[in-house]
Design a protein around this ligand. Sequence first.
Ligand code: NFS
Length: 628
Amino acid sequence: AVPINEVTQCEATGRMLEKARRDGVVVAFDRAAEMKPCPIGAESACCKMCYMGPCRLNARDPYGKVGVCGATIDTIQSRNLARMVASGSAAHNDHGMAVLELFKGVANGTITDYTIKDPYKLDALCAELELDVDGMTVQEKALALADELEKTYTQTEGEIPFARRVPEKTLETWRKLDIVPRGAMIEVLGIMSRTHMGCDQHYENITKAISKAALADGWGGSMVATELGDIMFGTPSPVQADVNFGVLKEDHVNVIVHGHEPNLFESMLVSVSDPSLVKIAREKGAKGINLVGMCCSGAEMMSRHGVPHAGNFMSTEPVLVTGAVDAMAVDIQCIQQGLVKTAECYKTHLITTNPRCHIEGARHIEFDEHVPRECTDEIVTLAIARFADRGVDVEIPKIVNQGIHGFSHEYINYMLGGSFRSSYAPLNDNIINGRIRGVAGVVGCVNPRVKQDWVHVELVKELIKNDVLVIQTGCSQIALAKAGLTVPEAAVLAGPGLREVCEAVGMPPVLGLGSCVDNTRILIAATAMVNQGGLGDSIADLPVAGAAPEWMSEKAVAIGQYFVASGVFTVFGVGFPTVKDTKFHDLLFGGLENQGLGKWGVTKDPYEMAAMMLAHIDKKRKELGIDK
Ligand code: NFS
């Protein structure tokens, strides 16, 4: 077996891997070692769009062969990438539609367990979208906003509502290139249709469709999920939260929520503090009920409410090895099927709750937001029963890291500008005067093809050391929180300029924004930087860069492409599903930039990744004339 210190940097996860090996339990790290990636698929040199094949081309001689239908390497890889982006965009848009449905129900009074917590943000959004809501009640405004935002998904012509937010010059470029999304459904459907055998066979045209479907995610479904989530559950502001396996408590009933939609988690919060359920737990000998998050649901709840977080994607199986998890409730996305077996081995209840995600072998208790407590109370009851009769050894690595999270775009505005004149001027000024060299978004998954957390942590350390302010979401944010970089004291690891700013403001050099759909907060912050002035007039002009150092999901590709199409240089670690020195690859990794957009980069090495991002930031500084 591969030595544990080669597969993960996370000490708690490593210890549980050791225990799993002792217990004879197999997890994703072991399956990854067994399953070597297909070298042809890894470079996207194969096509199974029809049954005349599947056809395999030679990535070493990409133009030496075509598919049975005559499809070239560029057609094959662009169609494959298009379908990845379609799936990723569909995932975020489906999530965003569920948030919109919930919001509508709250607004029209058919859903009563949730409310509108941030009416100010509701007003601000109505104003931004130029909705005529004068004299309306909060409920009426919410309905008007829901009607408008529904177009994000259903509209089939024109431009999605949040196109109005995009910096003018960026939008102009999109219009010129014909990549402004109409609506998410039509853009995703469009990709599925044009990538059918014998349809769109020009990689440049396919790339436009890729950008549209991706932008319909970032400025569409994901943005709606974030914004309506804020209105219903509160806009995040800094909050202290604990991360790592040590947040589990041996003498408590432990319930984990893992997945992506906030509604399940919000109701679980209510269930675990219900006095009658707490009383039953106490009668069974527990000190209380402990609710903990994982993955993106967890990141969102940590950022909004300070709910403790046990770990990121690759830790979801190892956490069950503690034996301390009485129930793990999951909803959608990034739920590994392997959890079923691991849960079985440690007698944990693994419960699926969403109609879109059943897993063979898991118990399904469907969540209905009209009566949400029926589901969450039942899960807590199951967890209490399991606590009373755990029947397995419990071993919790006692590691807890404290950090500050919850830096919404609104809070960054306030934090830097102060309550009287909140604005992005101080951030822009500090970039112009060179104290802050640039801003980097470091986001995305963890992937067993690389050492868990390591690429994230090394990259971020390198960036802050070079005075780059880092903003984060998703599994990456959890990696850095475990590494202790989300505290103001971590400013000592920053270069002198960034350190001075962090110490003056009292902020960490690494700002956690929430879940993966909250990457849209980065788009909004970038827009605010453009609108503030002094740093060019489109997102592509900003001295910023993005990275997903340990990506694995199709959602990550959709996110990468919406950053690229928005004007951001975006670097992926692990690898990238294209063949080098082909026309399609060159378009993504260079050509798009010449069109006024951003571009892709790829490297496994965190130090090279940092160097690439710094070089880009410096190039932008030079173009802006602020490179002295
Ligand atoms: Ni993002 Fe969330 Fe994590 Fe990757 Fe999965 S949890 S939406 S896809 S693995 S960051």
